[in-house]
Write a protein that binds this ligand. Structure first.
Ligand code: NAI
Length: 398
């Protein structure tokens, strides 16, 4: 499905100013995709599939079946391509890296909408309760980028604990003062590391930390890990969140964003963190209170904060998380939202979106692990405790 660089260039040249590209047909259905603009990088690198230029590699395939495929990055406001084109779309594909926000209002205007597909993992940009009420299915490509994120979390933990970023910045400046860095550099060995959320990503993070010989691996999750999985990595469950954070040197957040996790790490909870601890959040920005985190980094107890997710994306130029520091001038490991969109991950979620569409077109059952909201409501246990018997546990090796 990878398009050649020449073909991509010619496609890009045919794009309109709004980055809208549409193949029309009276026979097929209308599919709208909201993706980010890749610009020159996407023209030069066809494996950047999640961009408006490369269209998840689906354009020719959908066109050959007579479907209309509208792709745009323009998503804000009532005059945006997103809000206009959704009026008669049957399927919407969006990516957490540049989400089209499917609010209740928008869903109620989208009379033809039957299926929302998340190209990646994390469907908090969709009002899931409204999707249930409007009988709109929500699917994501479960597992497609969980290893990508887990690797990023481990990297971020290491760079905070070892005080890496200020050390590198010192080298770029032409300076050399070992003690200025070493005074706040530690080993991961012997530390207590815990994840809030022990699903696919959280579990993989803990698994990857075992060889560092931590003092203990902890987790906080309303879904306990299967006994065998917990035993394999010697992970201990702590059922009270304040108690959990008070025991951890490093906390990593790996839950979906939903009513129960919005602002979960706030001023009150931060008071219970260990003095000098580190916090890594690659789950969703809004799980951590922006100002409370910045204050905790400046005045304690946090020694570092890292992640790739922000409460607003793209983050405004003056967002405090871009520049916040601990009193020693370090402790910031923030990057743009990319941990789950490595080229390897893009290939997996593009393929996954295609499989979901194939099942939909062929009226075949979807992979149960991919279903967030199915034909009769929530099918997952990961977006809050709703008590559905058939709902799947967040933890899975798949
Ligand atoms: P998952 O569904 O496998 O696991 C989520 C776990 O969180 C479940 O075990 C669930 O029980 C737990 N959980 C939910 N609410 C909780 C709460 N209030 N307290 C404690 N635990 C709670 O999901 P997966 O694949 O591990 O992904 C987690 C999240 O990571 C996604 O929903 C998404 O928001 C984020 N993500 C970020 C990416 C990035 O590029 N930065 C890429 C992929 C996912």
């Amino acid at each position: 499905m990878l398009r050649s660089a020449t073909a991509i260039k010619s496609l890009a040249a045919r794009k309109s100013a709004t980055s809208l590209y549409s193949t029309t047909s009276s026979r097929g259905m209308k599919i709208l995709a909201i993706l980010y603009d890749g610009g020159k990088a996407a023209e030069q690198e066809p494996r950047l599939l999640g961009t408006t230029e490369n269209k998840l590699g689906l354009s020719d395939w959908l066109k050959s079946m007579g479907h209309e495929y509208v792709v745009s990055s323009d998503k804000e406001g009532p005059d945006s391509v997103f809000q206009k084109e959704i009026a008669d779309a049957e399927i919407v594909i969006t990516t957490p890296f540049h989400p089209g926000y499917l609010t209740r209002d928008i869903m109620e205007k989208a009379k033809n909408l039957k299926l929302c597909v998340t190209a990646g993992v994390g469907s908090d940009h969709i009002d899931l309760n409204a999707a249930v009420e409007n009988k709109i299915q929500v699917l994501e490509v479960t597992g497609s980028n969980v290893t990508s994120v887990a690797e990023h979390v481990v990297m971020s933990i290491l760079l905070l604990v070892r005080n890496f970023t200020p050390a590198h910045e010192m080298i770029e400046r032409g300076d050399w003062k070992v003690s200025d860095i070493a005074r706040n550099a530690f080993d991961l060995e012997g530390k207590v590391i815990g994840t809030i959320g022990a699903g696919r990503i959280g579990y993989r993070v803990l698994q990857r930390l075992v060889p560092f010989d931590p003092k203990e691996l902890l987790y906080f999750d309303y879904n306990p890990l299967p006994e065998k999985a917990a035993k394999e990595i010697k992970a201990r469950r702590v059922e009270d969140l304040k108690e959990f954070v008070s025991q951890c040197d490093v906390v990593t957040v790996n839950t979906p964003l939903h009513e129960g996790t919005m602002g979960l790490v706030n001023e009150e909870l931060l008071k219970h963190f260990k003095k000098g601890s580190w916090l890594v959040n690659t789950a969703r920005g809004a799980i951590c209170d922006k100002d409370a985190v910045a204050a905790a980094l400046k005045n304690g107890p946090l020694n570092g904060y890292a992640g790739d997710v922000w409460n607003v994306q793209p983050a405004p130029k003056d967002h405090i998380w871009r520049t916040m520091k601990n009193p020693l001038g370090g402790g910031n490991g923030m990057v743009p939202h990319y941990s789950g969109t490595t080229l390897d991950a893009q290939a997996r979620y593009a393929n996954g979106v295609r499989s979901i569409l194939e099942n939909y077109f062929g009226d075949k059952p979807q992979e149960p692990v991919n279903i967030i909201v199915g034909k009769s409501g929530y099918e997952t246990k990961a977006y809050g405790q709703r008590g559905s018997e058939k709902a799947k546990h967040g933890f899975s090796s798949s």
